[in-house]
Ligand binder design. Sequence first.
Ligand SMILES: O=C(O)CCC(=O)C(=O)O
Length: 259
Amino acid sequence: MHPSEIKDRAVSIRSAFERDGYVSLPGFFPEAELDEIREQHARYVREIVPRLPEKEVYYDDKRDPTTLKQLQSMEKRDPFFGDLVSAGSALHTLAETCLGEPVVTRNLQYFNKSPRASTPTPPHQDGYYFHLTPNRAVTLWIALEDVAPEQGCVNYVRGSHRYGMRAHGRSGTLGFSQSILDFGIPNDLDNRVDFPCRAGHVLAHHSLTIHWAEGNTSGDKTRQALGAVFFAERCRIDERARAAYQARLDADLAAEGKI
Ligand SMILES: O=C(O)CCC(=O)C(=O)O
């Protein structure tokens, strides 16, 4: 979607985001743009991933490169992906439209659920990882391919961004280390919405919106997506708490032989 079209639709995008804690935009990336993103991603995996520190690249099975599961900070490693989320881009414009205020780009991630070895994404709120005051951030989840329910589509609890941060604890899942401890209360189940989608679909969710995804049980298909995180510019980040958490997690994952 062109930034000018996002601006034209700003009122409806922002009101859906405020009301539900997410907004769903089918066909955000037309086929030609999506092809370019997929080609650039393949190049990134071929040329850049082998040079990255081990702790930045997660595999379902470390010995099998076809099980690549997650990448971080792609915008810092490569100009194509930097441009994709920079000020003035469609994604940056969408993030500002959702939050209704200036944003800064924080992280461009890649998420895959490989066909043979993927685990569910546990129910969580992204803001738990962010260490922000106030907790105002948005994640844009971009489907790089069609996603049917059996591949592990994204699920939200509609309106959950209005009820604050829930208690989280270690999930044991590589790449999604935290899970909501009391997930499954009636409000969660009554307001569940799932999003099977076509390639090019973008979902935007608030940092307090509860979401999760099942594992990939398709047997033969991947489930590839990008996740672009933007923080409201006025937020204060507790970098010390964030870095301490990350260091503990990296040490634990290394001790378990997962990274
Ligand atoms: O791709 C997934 O399974 C979940 C992604 C996610 O949790 C996010 O984008 O915040």
